[in-house]
Design a protein around this ligand. Sequence first.
Ligand code: NAP
Length: 250
Amino acid sequence: MTGASSGIGEASSRLLAQAGYRVVLVARSKEKLAAVCSDLNDRGLEAHFEAGDLSTGEVTQAIMSRIEHLLGVPNVLIHAAGAGAWKFIEETTPDEARRMMDAPYFCAFNVTQFWMPHFLKRGSGRILFVGSPASLSPWPGATGYVAARYALRGLNEALYQDLAGTGVTTTHVVFGKVSSGYFQHNPGSEARIPKANQLSRTIPPEECARVIERLIDHPKREYCYPALIRWFFRFPALARWVGRETGFRH
Ligand SMILES: NC(=O)c1ccc[n+]([C@@H]2O[C@H](COP(=O)([O-])OP(=O)(O)OC[C@H]3O[C@@H](n4cnc5c(N)ncnc54)[C@H](OP(=O)(O)O)[C@@H]3O)[C@@H](O)[C@H]2O)c1
């Protein structure tokens, strides 16, 4: 589980450990991971953690090799690592734009790239990418964020084609607004949520975790939650118009 120190990744790690999965929590903040892990271990649940920046190929290789040595090849990969403040392109430096691609896109790419040969050899594996409605229809004032979420969705689409008939499945799960720490971790972003989003309720991370648990057992190529989001994005021209008209302006 990447992004396991906070929000959707933390809640999913907790729920899956409770459900009997052996979970490995990965993110950069060692102290936060250690705290979640020891809480789970104290309750008799199996959880391990590895701290590091997954956007670096070498760091990812080292972390995943340690996991392989300790526990073998995982059955499920959940990619919930993500960051990036919502800004127009003229507010974004090239370095910031690269960091927005790092998490989620390169973190997800690097981890998946490491395990794919093992999954293909075994003929099984479940991969889940946690994505954003920005990957379905953009809104103004979040250029680098939107591009990075399209990249993540593109990775899922490409893998879906690559993996046909292999026994390995891939899912892009799209959540509406979640009451995680995301907007505190990426200041200035919350004020740019399009006003139309007020029509959809905010979801607690624990509810996202239950959706993720269901998708492990019943994989789909793409799944949007809650239902209003699922319905709304069936009308791409309407979604684009609403995003633009109710979104943040210069
Ligand atoms: N919150 C929402 O409303 C919402 C809605 C739909 C989709 N999403 C998407 O869901 C994903 C997770 O969001 P969240 O709400 O759970 O946010 P969050 O609470 O801020 O969690 C983000 C997680 O990603 C980890 N992370 C960031 N960069 C990393 C890196 N380079 N390497 C390893 N781990 C890294 C963070 O841990 P460290 O800082 O310890 O590394 C943290 O555990 C994001 O991509 C977000 O866009 C969020």
